[in-house]
Every structure is written in structure tokens, then in C-alpha cells.
Design a protein around this ligand. Structure first.
Ligand SMILES: NC(=O)c1ccc[n+]([C@@H]2O[C@H](COP(=O)([O-])OP(=O)(O)OC[C@H]3O[C@@H](n4cnc5c(N)ncnc54)[C@H](O)[C@@H]3O)[C@@H](O)[C@H]2O)c1
Length: 233
């Protein structure tokens, strides 16, 4: 059964929304009635996808934002408030991979970039989303980690380090805001759209449901931020 969601009157922000899972999630939010901010380092692509949502009858804007730059993240949040007046839900999805490397030979520039986007980007997004959500006393944040946030694999030191950090920051923020009316949820997508996903899904099953298709993933993402679960912490 495919669950349906009613986000009419609410505002959702998705980073890394110009393609992949971010775009699929942004479109699902829009189809569920939310006004959506599609933020991406590729502002032109995000704007094009936002236009497509508007042409289909939804509400959306595209915003150029490199999440590794805190000033751009702050501006993205301010633009969201200026455009739609509030922020109810955020999916901090933007993330990159760097080339696989033996830890002894990993390039500093690759470590610096993947950390800047995957870890500092999620930190900056949470910081500025919480800034406006605290003001209203409600909101839901979902951070995108990975299988790589739970396990180790060869030649993945930098990327996996960032995804472990996402889980750590998410747990911490969840504890910090547990009694304030805000919530912070963590989200662990499986590898999507290939056969490795099925194999790894089995491995992760004891930890929780791990969707392996974009559709299932979006449905799972919408669940923690739906109105029905809004009272839960
Ligand atoms: N695809 C998978 O199998 C998989 C598995 C585990 C985790 N993830 C995580 O899921 C998230 C999305 O993955 P995807 O496969 O859909 O990615 P993707 O490469 O298809 O899309 C990523 C989007 O993020 C944007 N982006 C990249 N750097 C950015 C930055 N600095 N600021 C803002 N936007 C930026 C890109 O332009 C792109 O639109 C990532 O965090 C990734 O680490 C993906």
C-alpha cells in the first residue's frame, strides 16, 4: 500500500535537490501539497526542476547553495522565510563521494572537500534550520547518512567518516531538542537502484527498515515528518 500525505500549508526544504534522491523527495513533498525549496550547488538545474513542479501545479523555488559555505546556507534559509514565511521540514540530503583510496594514500583535498560538504554542510544546515524552527517552536529535520555511517569498508575512510559524523550530530541534536518541541530524525538510505542495495538491505535489517528504491525511500522520509507523527519526539 502506498501511504499518502497532506502537507498543505507547510514548507519543506531539500538540499541537493536538483537530481537523485533529493529531487525525488522534493517532488514527493510538492505532490503532497507542501511548498518546496529546492536547494543545490547547481542553481540552474534546481531552478529548472522547481519550474517543472510549478508547471505541474505545485509551489516551489530553486535556490543556488553550496552547503559547504555557511553564509550561503544562512542566505538559503533567509530566502525560504522571505518567500514562504516559514520552514516546517528540512531534508539535509546534499552529499558527495570522493574517489576510493587506500587510507595511506588519500589526498588531503579529497578529505577536505567531502568533509566540508557532507559533515560541515549538514552542521550548517541544521544550525540555520534550527534558528528559524526554534522561533516557531516546531519543525522536523531529516539528515541523510548512509550505510557508510554504520559500517566500515575498505578505501572509504573519508566518506564513511563524514557519514558517521552525520549520525553523531543527528543524535546529539535530537537529545538537545528532545524537550523543546523540536525534533531531529536520522535517516539511513540504502544504496539505491542497484543490486547491491538488496544485499546490503538484508544486512541492515536488524537496525531498521532500509528502503532500496527512490519511491520507498521518499515514503519513508515523509513518514517521520507527517502531521500524524508531529506530536512525537
Ligand atoms: N545513491 C546512493 O546509493 C546513496 C547511498 C548512501 C547514501 N547516499 C547519500 O544520499 C545523498 C544523495 O545521494 P544521491 O545519490 O541522490 O546523489 P546525487 O549525486 O544523485 O545528487 C546529489 C545532489 O547534490 C548536489 N550537491 C553536490 N554537492 C553539493 C553542495 N556542496 N551543496 C549543495 N548541493 C550539492 C548535486 O548537485 C546533486 O544535485 C548523499 O548525501 C549521499 O551521500 C546515497
Amino acid at each position: 500500500m502506498n501511504p499518502t500525505y497532506d502537507f498543505a500549508g507547510q514548507v519543506a526544504l531539500v538540499t541537493g535537490a536538483a537530481m537523485g534522491m533529493g529531487l525525488a523527495t522534493a517532488r514527493t513533498f510538492a505532490q503532497s501539497g507542501a511548498a518546496v525549496v529546492l536547494a543545490d550547488i547547481d542553481g540552474a538545474l534546481a531552478a529548472g526542476e522547481a519550474k517543472r513542479i510549478v508547471a505541474e501545479g505545485g509551489k516551489a523555488i530553486g535556490v543556488a547553495c553550496d552547503v559547504a559555505d555557511e553564509a550561503q546556507v544562512a542566505a538559503m534559509i533567509d530566502r525560504t522565510i522571505a518567500e514562504f514565511g516559514r520552514l516546517d521540514m528540512a531534508f539535509n540530503n546534499a552529499g558527495i563521494q570522493v574517489p576510493s583510496s587506500d587510507a595511506a594514500h588519500e589526498l588531503l583535498e579529497n578529505f577536505e572537500r567531502v568533509t566540508a560538504v557532507n559533515q560541515r554542510g549538514v552542521w550548517a544546515c541544521m544550525k540555520h534550520e534550527l534558528r528559524v524552527m526554534r522561533g516557531r517552536g516546531s519543525g522536523a529535520i531529516v539528515n541523510c547518512s548512509s550505510l557508510g555511517g554504520l559500517v566500515g569498508l575498505p578505501e572509504r575512510t573519508s566518506y564513511h567518516g563524514t557519514k558517521h559524523a552525520v549520525l553523531g550530530m543527528t543524535k546529539n541534536a535530537a537529545v538537545e531538542y528532545a524537550y523543546s518541541g523540536d525534533r531531529d530524525r536520522l535517516f539511513r538510505p540504502n544504496v539505491t537502484g542497484n543490486s547491491a542495495g538488496s544485499a546490503l538491505g538484508g544486512f541492515l535489517a536488524p537496525i531498521g527498515h532500509v528502503p532500496s528504491t527512490p519511491g520507498a525511500l521518499c515514503a519513508a522520509l515523509c513518514r517521520p515528518v507527517s502531521r500524524r507523527s508531529r506530536r512525537g519526539v
